[in-house]
Design a protein around this ligand. Structure first.
Ligand SMILES: NC(=O)c1ccc[n+]([C@@H]2O[C@H](COP(=O)([O-])OP(=O)(O)OC[C@H]3O[C@@H](n4cnc5c(N)ncnc54)[C@H](O)[C@@H]3O)[C@@H](O)[C@H]2O)c1
Length: 371
């Protein structure tokens, strides 16, 4: 007997909605799009023409009132996530949210408590840790390929998003900045590869108090920067490993950028860009030898955004745990907010939450089928 398809409705059809719609209509076969909405209706209409046609809801409340919608996909801006997710949970809908879970730790905690109270699924991005590259890295580490874990290092360096994003103000407001924007990919990858974070320290700065938009629609407009934009963190993991993380909108990128290294007693693992799903994993064992190249062993070696959402839908359907669940997004949020606080207060911040890895992704299934 074929299983029921879980139905998803979009709140927000801005920049990132394109890849979700592309993958939900062309790759993932076990879910259905119930409809979409945006405060700016033309944006939803444009997406419906590009990828649909879809039902266009007038607003999110119309989605919440539709009994045929199972899951609300919240892809609004970071500081809007809380309001939308809370309202959806209160209306009895499961929610999958873009990162971060919320723009403050208190708000994130409230959302988790609400979901648990109501018996609803709450999950969210990033889902790149479920992609071919990081799953392969995790399996290699679990097999002992680099020995006992010592630590790691990750760098995300760029000059900000105001040169390409249509509406980039949110990147410099509460819930934004390089740590809350790009950090989720790195922190989530580190948690997947090194385990739960126990404490954090940081020294942060805001180099440029304003930013000038150079993308087309708002060219020349000035943004006041409210968040740290050069964030230097140290994370201590439960297993004793220690990792550095630099996320910055204040420097140009270099050859050592957009990747993670994991250090072990038997080798150094070079993990590809944690914002992507693909590329082989390398292990360097020193002594002048060439690094070993380990081709990916799992599916989803392309931009498979919506993977975590679809896994959560199957989890709802089959009554299992979702991989990109609130357990990961809340732990990552606590780590990131801890890093901001550690920088502000110049002290070590202990992390209270923890996260155990979900099962590795299944091998050998065709793309778009997860179970
Ligand atoms: N742009 C990217 O490359 C990218 C990549 C990965 C993740 N993300 C994440 O995706 C989220 C959205 O980013 P974006 O770049 O698409 O932003 P965006 O500003 O392009 O789009 C957000 C959209 O949400 C709509 N919206 C806000 N509140 C709403 C409401 N209550 N009801 C209906 N619509 C509402 C806005 O009108 C807007 O069109 C952010 O959390 C961001 O961190 C973005």
């Amino acid at each position: 007997m074929s299983k029921r398809k879980i139905r998803i409705a979009f709140v927000g059809t801005g920049s990132i909605s394109g890849i979700y719609l592309e993958n939900l209509t062309k790759v993932f076969k076990e879910v259905e799009i119930a409809g979409i909405c945006d405060l700016i209706r033309e944006r939803a209409e444009r997406r419906s023409k590009e990828f649909g046609p879809f039902k266009i809801y007038n607003d999110m409340y119309e989605i919440f009132a539709d009994p045929t919608v199972d899951v609300v996909l919240n892809i609004t801006r970071p500081d809007e996530h809380y309001e939308v997710t809370k309202a959806a949970l209160l209306a009895g809908k499961h929610v999958y949210s873009e990162k971060p879970l919320a723009s403050t730790l208190e708000r994130g905690r409230e959302l988790v408590e609400l979901a648990l109270e109501r018996g609803l699924y709450l999950g969210g991005a990033p889902d790149t840790f479920m992609g071919a590259a990081i799953q392969t890295a995790r399996e290699l580490i679990e097999e002992g390929a680099i020995g006992t874990l010592v630590g790691g290092c990750g760098h995300m360096k760029c000059r900000g998003h105001e040169s390409w994003h249509r509406d980039p103000e949110f990147y410099y407001k509460r819930g934004g900045g390089p740590l809350l924007d790009m950090g989720p990919y790195y922190v989530t990858a580190f948690i997947t590869l090194l385990g739960s974070v126990k404490s954090v320290q940081a020294v942060n700065r805001t180099t440029y108090p304003t930013r000038t938009i150079t993308s087309e629609e708002k060219y020349g407009q000035i943004i006041t920067v409210d968040v740290p934009t050069h964030v230097n963190a140290l994370m201590e993991f439960e297993n004793g490993a220690v990792a550095h993380l630099l996320t910055t909108f204040d420097t140009f990128s270099t050859d050592f950028c957009n990747r993670i290294e994991i250090y072990g007693s038997e080798g150094t693992m070079i993990v590809p860009d944690p914002n992507n799903f693909c590329d082989p994993v390398k292990i360097s064992r020193g002594g002048g030898r060439e690094p070993e190249i380990h081709p990916v062993r799992f599916g989803y070696d392309f931009d498979a955004r919506a993977l975590g959402l679809c896994d959560m839908c199957n989890a709802i359907r089959d009554g299992r745990e979702a991989r990109a669940s609130y357990k990961m997004t809340y732990h990552a949020l606590e780590v990131m907010m801890g890093i901001v606080r550690a920088g502000d207060e110049r002290r070590v911040i202990e992390i209270e939450s923890r996260h155990d890895n979900p099962p590795l992704m299944k091998k050998g299934l065709e793309d778009g089928i997860l179970d």
